[in-house]
Design a protein around this ligand. Structure first.
Ligand code: G6P
Length: 599
């Protein structure tokens, strides 16, 4: 979703701001723009619809001009269509103030009416432009106090060409503190390789960046090291970030477990939860709250908490939770799962849970992000930046850590882990190597896709721990290939979706050798009887499945609780090669955004 960049310092600002916009492309956008001052003090504004290449063509000539301060933006349309007028930066009537903004101004209609009555002329349909006119009317500090909603802002004034104004409420903004100057970004990924120290702006903080000084208040800013390696944010030998990230699956699972699991001692250590360990035995119920792929991870997490910690657990979509008229209940823990740590719905749900004084935990990948900061305690994925919009490695990492968390809850509540827990621990240690075996089939999956790429509809089926995997597999396919895919619980098929089955409606089935194997086989028989085509994900050594399914991708056997990890990998590869076969922009699928910072 929208990206902000800015620079003030000794180097030329425009090329830096433009390069940093490129690093934020993965968040999703439909138009872009920059505003800057050249050394004669002239302000310039350039905007373009579509990819950054279009903006680049327009600023090619400008690039030769030395610039001292610049701000840039990639826009993902919320209010008003993606066109040049609606693209940021926006400005006031006199063109003396330019700003870029992420977030939503909820009271923009009322503010706009008031400003129009005072004679302000609006050019765009955006909520952001209201801010520019508000600043013209009331000055920066007073203007932002009048805003209800969420914002991260970077702005420049014509009469102060060597300064960048910044402010944050609800939407992320990070300041890079470099030797040559100050950088502004909505996402620390843009700062990798440029600075070693950053300041994550807190809600309600405002600031002023100048050539040699930085002022941030009212709360004192905290300078922390930037924990992103520039290499991690590059594609390397892979054609797409998504493929690179699928191939990182094995490594991120190993990283998630490192120093946290000790099977010989029957012990799980989660440093991030130690501070709240004393509260865990009193917890009677858990709510897992998240969106998208993180929500499906949460569904598997709920099954794990129920089985391994004997804890009644519900999974709730953050966008539903925030408005639900549900009763407040005692002894509740909430777990917020988010790759980006900035998803607006998840943050709003966290706010509600905080008001209820629940024990709020986080499972977050982005270090220092809002959800990580706002929760009482939590566990980081340490999966490195995920750039592909469709989440892949973060999901595998989430599943591994959810296993650890459920085991940790079990051990903390009962002071001893069960036999099921012991087998799960032993198998967790082996799972990373098993993922590598699945990844070795990547070429075979690519060939298989040729047989399926012409289909327009797919049904994904799974049961038990694999039901959420069916949902996630279908989500991956629709996100990047734009084919219609539905995930269903195998047992539910007879209550509706079976009506769709014919030779043109293939089924992707998760049929591992587990306690629901025979049940899944019966479901597949029903499909075969209706001429449906079946692509099965099955356990190595299962000969019977080859007779029933049209095609089979084999995965190593593992404990049921970890089947989702192994089954997800071929589904990610299938979706990836399917989208590539259709010539789609895999890393930046249409209409989607990586970090959904608006409601
Ligand atoms: C967006 C992304 C998804 C992601 C979801 C939740 O829709 O495109 O890949 O699963 O947001 O994001 P989060 O960062 O909270 O996990």
């Amino acid at each position: 979703m929208c990206g902000i960049t800015g620079y003030i310092g000794k180097k030329e600002a425009l090329p830096i701001v433009f390069e940093n916009l490129k690093k934020l492309e993965y968040r999703g956008y439909d138009s872009a723009g920059v505003a800057f001052f050249d050394f004669s003090g002239d302000q310039k504004l350039v905007k373009a619809v579509g990819k950054l290449g279009n903006l680049e063509k327009l600023i090619k000539d400008e690039k030769s001009l030395p610039t001292m301060a610049a701000i840039g933006h990639t826009r993902w349309a919320t209010h008003g269509v993606p066109n040049e007028v609606n693209a940021h930066p926006h400005f006031d009537c006199k063109k003396e103030f330019f700003l870029v903004h992420n977030g939503i101004i909820e009271n923009y209609r009322e503010l706009k009416d008031g400003l129009m009555k005072k004679g302000h002329n609006f050019r765009s349909q955006t909520d952001t432009e209201v801010l520019a006119h508000l600043v013209e009317e009331y000055g920066f500090d007073l203007a932002i106090k009048k805003v209800i909603g969420a914002y991260a802002i970077a702005a420049i004034f014509k009469n102060e060409p060597q300064k960048i104004y910044i402010a944050r409420l609800g939407s992320p903004l990070v300041i890079g503190v470099g030797k040559d100057g100050y950088y502004v970004a909505s996402d620390p990924t843009a700062l990798a390789g440029l600075v070693k120290k950053v300041i994550f702006l807190k809600d309600g903080q405002r600031g002023l960046l100048a050539l040699n000084s930085i002022k941030i208040g009212p709360a004192r800013p905290k300078i922390v090291p930037l924990e992103i390696d520039a290499e991690q944010a590059k594609k390397g030998k892979f054609p797409h970030f998504m493929l690179k990230e699928i191939f990182e699956g094995s490594e991120v699972v190993a990283a998630a477990l490192r120093g946290r699991i000790f099977p010989q001692k029957n012990l799980i250590k989660l440093g991030g939860l130690e501070g709240v360990a004393g509260k865990i035995p009193k917890i009677k119920r858990m709510e897992i709250i998240s969106c998208g792929t993180s929500y499906y991870a949460g569904m598997i997490g709920a099954a794990l908490f129920k089985e391994l910690a004997n804890l009644p657990t519900e999974t709730i979509l953050a966008s539903e939770y925030r408005y639900a008229r549900d009763p407040k209940q005692n002894n509740t823990a909430c777990l917020f799962i988010s790759q980006s740590g900035e998803t607006a719905d998840t943050l709003a749900a966290l706010k509600k849970a905080k008001e209820r004084k629940y024990l709020n935990l986080g499972l977050v990948n982005a270090v220092g992000s809002s959800i990580a900061r706002e929760t009482d305690a939590g566990v980081y994925n340490h999966a490195g930046p995920e750039i592909g919009v469709a989440s892949t490695k973060a999901f595998l990492s989430q599943l591994s850590i959810l296993s650890l968390m459920s085991l940790y809850f079990g051990q903390t509540k009962f002071e001893k882990n069960s036999q099921t827990a012991r087998s799960l621990m032993a198998e967790l240690v082996r799972i990373s190597a098993k993922i590598q075996l699945v990844l070795k089939q990547s070429e075979a999956i690519r060939s298989l896709v040729k047989k399926y790429a012409h289909y327009k509809n797919f049904l994904y089926l799974g049961r038990g721990y694999n039901y959420p995997v069916a949902l996630e597999g279908a989500l991956k396919l629709k996100e990047i290939s734009y084919a219609h895919a539905e995930g269903y619980a195998g047992g539910e098929m007879k209550h509706g979706p079976i009506a769709l089955i014919d030779k043109n409606f293939p089924v992707v089935a998760l049929v591992n050798k587990n306690h629901l194997y025979e049940k899944m086989i019966s479901n597949l028989e029903e499909i075969k009887a209706r001429n449906g085509k079946i692509l099965a994900i099955a356990s190595i050594g299962d000969k019977a499945i080859a007779k029933l399914a049209d095609d089979v991708i084999y995965v190593p056997e593992t404990v049921e609780q970890l089947e989702p990890i192994l089954n997800t990998v071929p589904l990610q590869l299938f979706a990836y090669y399917f989208a590539v076969a259709h010539g789609n922009d895999v890393d930046k699928p249409r209409n989607l955004a990586k970090s959904v910072t608006v409601e």
